[in-house]
Write a protein that binds this ligand. Structure first.
Ligand code: ADP
Length: 166
C-alpha cells in the first residue's frame, strides 16, 4: 500500500492546503494529514480543533485520514508506516527551508522521500497567517479557506479580540 503523510500546523487549514491534499490523495492509496502539536508555538486553534476542521474540509476525499502528532515528523511518518512526506512549495522563499528539511529527514531515514507539490497559482499567496490577519480586520476570507471552516475562524478571532479588550 502506498501511504504518504502531509505534516503541518494547519492553523487554520486553507484552500491552498486543501488543494495539495486533493492532489496528493489522488497519487497514493492513503494520505494521512499530520497535525503538529507544537508546544513552542501558541496556535489560534487547539490541535483537536485543527484535526476537526481538517476532517470537515476533507470529508469528500475517502482516502484521507487526519491525525495529531508531536515530535519529529519523520518519526510520525515511520509510525504511520508511510514512505513519503508531502509538502507544498509556494515560492522560492519556501524552497531553502523545505530542501533542508527534506535532506535532514532523508538522512534520518533514507527510506522516506519528500514529494513537493507546487501550489496552484490561485492559492500561492495564501497562508494561515494571512487568513488570520484578514479575518482580524473583518475582511472576507471566503476565497482563502474551505467554506466548512470559515465561520469557526471568524468566531475564534472575535473571541480573542474580546479577550484582549477585557
Ligand atoms: P508549517 O508546516 O510551516 O507550519 P503550514 O501548516 O502552513 O506550515 O503548511 C504545511 C504545508 O503546506 C507546507 O508544506 C506549506 O508549504 C504548505 N502550504 C501552506 N500554504 C499553502 C498554500 N497556500 N498552497 C499550497 N501549499 C501550502
Amino acid at each position: 500500500m502506498k501511504r504518504a503523510v502531509y505534516p503541518g500546523s494547519f492553523d487554520p487549514v486553507t484552500k491552498g492546503h486543501l488543494d495539495i491534499i486533493e492532489r496528493a490523495a489522488a497519487l497514493v492509496d492513503e494520505l494521512i494529514v499530520g497535525v503538529l502539536n507544537n508546544n513552542a508555538k501558541i496556535p489560534l486553534f487547539s490541535v483537536e480543533e485543527r484535526v476537526n476542521m481538517l476532517n470537515k474540509a476533507t470529508g469528500h476525499i475517502p482516502n484521507v485520514r487526519v491525525e495529531a502528532f508531536s515530535g519529529l515528523s519523520v518519526d510520525f511518518v515511520r509510525r504511520c508506516g508511510a514512505g513519503f512526506i508531502v509538502r507544498g512549495l509556494r515560492a522560492v522563499t519556501d524552497f531553502e527551508y523545505e530542501l533542508q528539511m527534506a535532506q535532514t529527514n532523508r538522512s534520518i531515514d533514507c527510506g522516506i522521500d519528500t514529494l513537493f507539490f507546487t501550489t496552484a497559482l490561485e492559492y500561492a499567496y495564501i497562508s494561515s497567517t494571512i487568513v488570520k490577519e484578514v479575518a482580524s480586520y473583518g475582511g472576507d476570507i471566503s476565497g482563502f479557506v474551505p467554506e466548512a471552516v470559515k465561520d469557526q475562524i471568524y468566531c475564534r478571532i472575535s473571541e480573542t479580540q474580546r479577550e484582549k479588550c477585557k
